[in-house]
Design a protein around this ligand. Sequence first.
Ligand code: ATP
Ligand code: MG
Length: 188
Amino acid sequence: MPAFSRSAAPVAAAAPAGVRLFFALWPGPALAATLASWAAQAQAACGGRAMRPDTLHLTLAFLGAVDAERAAALVAATARQRARPGSITLDRYGTFARQGIVWAGPAEVPPALQHTHDALWDWLEPLGWPRPAQAFKPHVTLLRRAARLDGTPAAPPPVQWQYRRYVLVQSRPREGVAHYQVLARSAG
Ligand code: ATP
Ligand code: MG
């Protein structure tokens, strides 16, 4: 069974090898360190498990399992994509109560970021990945399995995230711990 499969069901011998992929903005080390301090502050109030600084990201498009051939094509094509550069003001904590997630995000979606998200799906949709029905809600997950979600503290001073590129990432979920590998970056 492939390492990324969490199912107890047997995998058919003919099933193509697949990888779990998503597109994201990835912060540089300085911003990741700042966001790690946000996570520590939220954790003191909410409990839960903090994401490691090197795993912090903002998902633009989640693709799920992709067979090896299409994954290779995506890796090559990603390097030819060009994101519209932009800036995000991270100024608030938010929660996804069902998953026990505490995140950092912007109060409003910046138009340039919405454009980058929409342009990404304009590219992906004709390739066969269905565009999500729900609105884009940009966020950086800071904590998982937080128990006290009603006590989210006031956010630290806002931080600006200037980005130029997005990345294509492989996810290898293992025992609830995220393992990510950047496979390709857009041009920029
Ligand atoms: P784990 O699932 O093992 O807890 P993870 O959620 O970090 O780890 P993935 O499930 O592979 O790893 O998700 C990778 C990224 O895509 C994360 O940012 C996650 O929030 C996001 N994501 C996962 N599933 C979806 C989905 N169905 N729709 C939108 N985004 C998703
Ligand atoms: Mg997940």
